[in-house]
Design a protein around this ligand. Structure first.
Ligand code: GLC
Length: 794
């Protein structure tokens, strides 16, 4: 982005009250502030004198009328003074300087949310910039899929969806640095930008620990520079300045409001939470069946097998290579009998190939992206020359939906969207325009994957209206969580990438996209037995758990590394299946409130400054702390336990922490996990080979013994795991309350909901763990969803 020559728009004049806030003139533009709620404001500056009221596809609601925010209170008071305007709500005070345009946003208690410098808005042609103040010790989190540590302070970031391992796409960014700089290497854990761009971040005050949130609703290329000691800068390469400012002061309320704006994740089918096996490899139908058989023979639970680009006929999307796959429906049937579903990859690039049905149809319907001159834009992906669907047009999304609907009709369970940055191989993406050539590439580049997912989801829903959909996407932008999960793209089979997946996933989950996971074992380069074992242990405790590997690498299956690693891998997969009721309940919570599934510690312990930099461990759901081994040869590690009581998952040891580090043993067979004392963690007592049709008679509940008196609640949600009926209350929500009072611990369960057709639960097996004992006491409660109380006397 250009550095000099910017115009400062610095005098705010003609300020008047509006129904929702106030407006004024800023040189030749208009400035407007809208009160969305007492704790959420929106600021806009027009371009060319007019406001774009729908700057991107991020939002799902009209914020001014939506009632799904944390507060419904939109009342405000306005004081228009000689050199400032002050807007006060029940929670916030916004002061805007009219002389040197700038603002200060505080909570009603005086604590700072955001403060701009003077002359807070500068423009030059398409670009605009703003700057903000920051105290030296303020932390920054979020911004979606970013590398490096979770605290973004001290670094700068581009928002431009990038095919990271393609030198043509990444070259602009690698070459911007001297060769010795980590970002000169796109495989480094510092490389930027990545596949997903989300202009939403949190600023945490160094003194109060309070967080404020900023979401800029703009799909153009963005740049966030947090390198300066006392300020930071935000720039976009086009579009309008439209910012949502969230008062916080906690992460949960900001994330709830952000996901009310941009949409909550749809509750996924439960099988999408199972173990996924994928590999870029030219399988035949028989190979796929053999692979399924092998997993079953070796007692490796598995819910899906994935087909990468080689299943197609010459990489033509929506086709099959019938020589290698002579009878797809039969294959799908045989896999289905073993509880295994199939997911296929669909890239956006359509082979430029007159005579190929999809290409011809695209031409005829005029749904491909054009160049400025009106030609079909051509990029280069797997099939060679490729045309790109113009997903900015609704008719293209509809067409794409129809193609997907036909494609899955044979029984394909879900769709994997790759190369949707969009990746154009060795050809520049810039000439690709949208809206039949009307719009620049920049306008929709970052939103391309979101638009593609919208079309895909439409198709899946049309094909099977009663079933929840599953789409996995590589790229994304705000709102992608409504339609798709994201994997973390092409990672490396390296220890540093095993670490990277933690801050990358928690950064995404703080940014509204919780259904994420890295390629287990690492994608590029060869894994090794120890790395693979550690990656299985860690990866199976992330929201999306898929083993995936690049073509022409060593086999990376769970059984590829010898007996010891096979046993470790099996144990890791089984632990995930045991935890399924707990994990699924975390997904339900995420779909209802936006609360992350894989949480950075700072989300839950924001006032403990110690955790601001802790990004080598995380919380899975609200009650489990996971601390994977991330280095070769290590069999112990330091774990930070936030203040409170914890129970070691493996030994049952009770630990009272004042917020301290402990050293835990972690031989190759073990990943350190701690349960929060007072938690009631629901498990499957037995491990099925797949989630398919599994509605068990027994649910186990592990109660982590609280040492001190008090109460703690946890929630279990059970439903059919497949249909939308759960949304119509065809589910059972059980609130567990664990209460310690002197020598007794009571677990109370209160259930709500209509239940569901396949509900089969007959009993709860409740086990109290703690004080070094994994079965301190056990109670079996006959239970088909009634309220109950189980009391343990110590
Ligand atoms: C891209 C994807 C990878 C996939 C490969 C072939 O590199 O990120 O997951 O295996 O393309 O389709």
């Amino acid at each position: 982005m250009q550095e000099s020559g910017y115009l400062n728009l610095e005098h705010l004049t003609d300020v008047t009250a509006t129904a929702n806030g106030f407006a004024g003139r800023l040189a030749h533009e208009h400035f407007r502030v809208d009160v969305i709620t007492e704790n959420l404001l929106r600021m806009k500056i027009s371009r060319g004198g007019t406001f774009d009221e729908n700057p991107s596809f991020a939002l799902v609601v009209d914020p001014l009328t939506h009632n799904g925010f944390q507060s419904q209170d939109r009342a405000f008071n306005l004081e228009i003074g000689a050199d400032s305007v002050r807007l006060t709500t029940a929670s916030l005070v916004l002061t805007v300087n009219t002389d040197k345009f700038g603002f200060d946003l505080r909570r009603i208690d005086g604590s700072r949310v955001f403060a701009s410098g003077e002359c807070g808005y500068r423009i030059l042609n398409n670009d605009w910039r703003i700057s903000r103040g920051a105290a030296r010790g303020d932390a920054i989190y979020g911004l979606g899929e970013k590398t490096g540590k979770q605290n973004r302070r001290g670094r700068d970031f581009h928002l431009w969806n990038t095919d990271v391992l393609n030198p043509n796409a990444a070259g602009e960014f690698t070459k911007a640095h001297p060769e010795t700089h980590p970002r000169a290497d796109s495989t480094s854990t510092e490389f930027d930008p990545y596949y997903v761009s989300i202009p939403f971040f949190y600023q945490q005050d160094e003194v109060t620990g309070a967080v404020g949130g900023s979401f800029i609703d703009n799909g153009y290329r963005g740049f966030y520079n947090f390198t300066a000691a006392d300020s930071y800068e935000i720039a976009f390469g086009g579009g309008q300045y439209t910012e949502y400012l969230f008062g916080g002061p906690d992460f949960a309320s900001i994330l709830a409001d952000y996901t009310a704006l941009t949409g909550r994740a749809q509750l996924p089918p439960i099988w999408a939470l199972g173990y996924h096996q994928c590999r870029w490899h030219d399988y035949s139908q028989q190979d796929v069946l053999d692979l399924a058989k092998r997993h079953r023979e070796l007692d490796l639970p598995l819910d899906t097998l994935w087909l990468d680009i080689d299943y197609m006929d010459g990489y033509r999307v929506f086709t099959w290579n019938h020589d290698r796959f002579p009878d797809v429906p039969a294959m799908l049937r045989q896999l289905d009998e073993q509880g295994i579903r199939v997911i296929t990859i669909i890239d956006p690039g359509v082979k430029f190939d007159p005579g190929y049905e999809v290409f011809d149809a695209g031409l005829e319907r005029e749904v491909f992206c054009l160049t400025e001159g009106g030609d079909i834009y051509i990029g280069q992906v797997w099939p060679g020359n490729t045309a790109f669907p113009d997903f900015a047009k609704p008719e293209t999304r509809k067409w794409w939906g129809e193609l997907n609907a036909q494609h899955v009709a044979s029984g394909i369970a879900g769709i994997w969207n790759d190369m949707n940055e969009p990746a154009t191989g060795g050809i520049s993406e810039k000439p690709m325009r949208f809206g039949a050539g009307a719009y620049s590439h920049e306008k929709y580049h970052n939103q391309y994957a979101l638009l593609m997912a919208m079309g895909t989801a439409e198709g899946l829903l049309a094909a099977r209206p009663e079933l929840r959909t599953f789409i996995l996407s590589r790229a994304g932008s705000p709102g992608i969580q409504r339609y798709a999960a994201n994997w973390l793209g092409d990672n490396m089979s390296r220890w540093d990438h095993l670490w990277l997946q933690i801050p990358m996933a928690t950064g995404l989950s703080l940014s509204g996209q919780s259904f994420v996971g890295a390629d287990i074992g690492g994608f590029a380069e060869n894994s090794n037995p120890e790395l693979f074992a550690r990656w299985m242990q860690a990866g199976l405790l992330t929201p999306f758990a898929r083993n995936h590997n690049q073509t022409n690498q060593l086999d990376q299956y769970a059984f590829a590394w010898g007996q010891e690693v096979l046993d470790i891998a099996r144990e890791a997969i089984k632990l995930r299946y045991r935890l399924m009721p707990y994990l699924y309940s975390a997904f339900v919570e995420n779909s209802l409130t936006g609360a992350p599934i894989q949480r950075p510690l700072v989300y839950q312990y924001q006032h403990d400054a110690e955790v601001w930099e802790v990004d080598d461990q995380y919380l899975l759901g609200g009650d489990l702390l996971v601390a994977p081994i991330l280095e070769a040869g290590k069999t112990s590690r330091s774990v930070y336990l936030p203040a409170g009581e914890w129970v070691d998952w493996h030994s049952g040891d009770s630990i009272e922490s004042r917020g301290e580090r402990i050293t835990v043993e972690a031989p190759l067979t073990r990943i350190p996990i701690f349960a929060r004392a007072g938690a009631a963690i629901a498990l499957w007592s037995e491990v099925p080979v797949s989630t398919a049709g599994y509605y068990p008679e027994e649910i186990a509940v592990l109660v982590a013994l609280p040492i001190r008196d008090g109460s703690h609640t946890s929630v279990l949600v059970e439903d059919d795991g497949l249909t939308f009926e759960a949304l119509a209350e065809k589910k059972l929500t059980t609130q567990f309350t664990v209460t310690r009072s002197g020598g007794t611990v009571a677990l109370r369960g209160v259930s709500q909901g209509l239940g569901f057709k396949d509900f089969n639960r007959k009993r709860l097996r409740i086990r109290l763990i703690g004080l070094g004992d994994l079965a301190l006491q056990e109670r079996v409660v006959e239970n088909t969803g009634e309220d109950f109380e189980a009391v343990f006397n110590l």
